[in-house]
Design a protein around this ligand. Structure first.
Ligand SMILES: *[C@@H]1O[C@H](CO)[C@@H](O)[C@H](O)[C@H]1NC(C)=O
Ligand SMILES: *[C@@H]1O[C@H](CO)[C@@H](O)[C@H](O)[C@H]1NC(C)=O
Ligand SMILES: *[C@@H]1O[C@H](CO)[C@@H](O)[C@H](O)[C@H]1NC(C)=O
Ligand SMILES: *[C@@H]1O[C@H](CO)[C@@H](O)[C@H](O)[C@H]1NC(C)=O
Length: 242
């Protein structure tokens, strides 16, 4: 029997990845149904996952006879990749409450860094060596969503359990500004390159739009659930630009 948590994980796998069933089952078996988050790298050459035990896994598609480009495909099963150092990419969990932890991560635009949190401090990893470059932002409040500024990798937006959003400069280790407008945990953050805005979503069913030049709030809106629709408690609101 699958626990409700496992069912939620399967649901996320199906929603977030456009993979074939055989490939999904392959991942699920390796991680014993404990995948918390799963993303494609920007290059489309690999898949990065973080499991409930705060350990990351990276799968890369190899250049083979079946796939000369080495790009993501549903036909060929990618290989679990581990650096020769044997290092495991693991998030800090000190001060974290594993039951309530909301694992989250984001990749920099050129796939050089990943920042990730599993309820403890945020870790910044080098994607080539998988080594931890730095850790910051000890809870409480815990981090619930992360996003890189599209023009400057050093600037990140951190969504928090306490409903605030911190705009943080990683290089100088400094909070530039704190955005307040939500009333519950932050569930999604998305920067727009063209519009110079950051859009945030929260567990309060609110969407806020922030100007990335001065960080003032431009507008906010409450999501309306159409009459007759049932709200699924496991599903968080996310925001994304295309
Ligand atoms: C490898 O995968 C890519 C992406 O799915 C596909 O376009 C390409 O045809 C594949 N290569 C071979 C040799 O099958
Ligand atoms: C490539 O395709 C052949 C025939 O479909 C299959 O037997 C083989 O296992 C595949 N190799 C890889 C690496 O996926
Ligand atoms: C990726 O971006 C970072 C920061 O902008 C830069 O330092 C690094 O050299 C880039 N890496 C690659 C492989 O382009
Ligand atoms: C990651 O580590 C490699 C190897 O030490 C180094 O060449 C590269 O510059 C590092 N990347 C970043 C983004 O610091």
């Amino acid at each position: 029997m699958l626990s409700p948590k496992s069912k939620g994980v399967i649901y996320r796998l199906l929603c977030e990845a456009t993979l074939s069933w055989s490939v999904i089952c392959h991942f699920a078996l390796i991680l014993v149904w404990k995948v918390s988050r799963l993303i494609y790298t920007n290059s489309g050459l690999a898949i990065l996952a973080v499991a409930a035990n705060a350990v990351h896994k990276l799968w890369k598609w190899q250049r083979t006879d079946n796939n000369s480009t080495g790009k993501a495909t549903a036909i060929v099963i990618p290989q679990l990749w581990q650096p020769t150092s044997g290092i495991l990419m693991t998030n800090d969990v000190s001060g974290a409450n594993p039951e309530d932890a909301v694992p989250c991560f984001a990749l920099s635009k050129n796939d050089s860094y990943v920042m990730s949190a599993s309820g403890g401090k945020i870790s910044l990893f080098n994607m080539t060596t998988l080594k931890t470059m730095t850790t910051f932002m000890a809870p409480p409040p815990a981090t619930t969503f992360l996003a890189f500024h599209p023009q400057d990798n050093n600037i990140i937006a951190i969504g928090m359990e306490d409903s605030s959003i911190q705009i943080y400069n990683v290089r100088v280790d400094e909070v530039k500004t704190k955005l307040k407008g939500h009333h519950k945990r932050i569930t999604g953050l998305a920067f727009s390159n063209l519009l110079n805005v950051l859009v945030s979503s929260g567990a309060d069913s609110q969407l806020c739009v922030w100007n990335t030049n001065g960080w003032e709030k431009q507008t906010s809106k409450h999501l309306q659930i159409p009459a007759g629709r049932v709200v699924v408690p496991l599903v968080d609101t996310r925001v994304q630009f295309h």
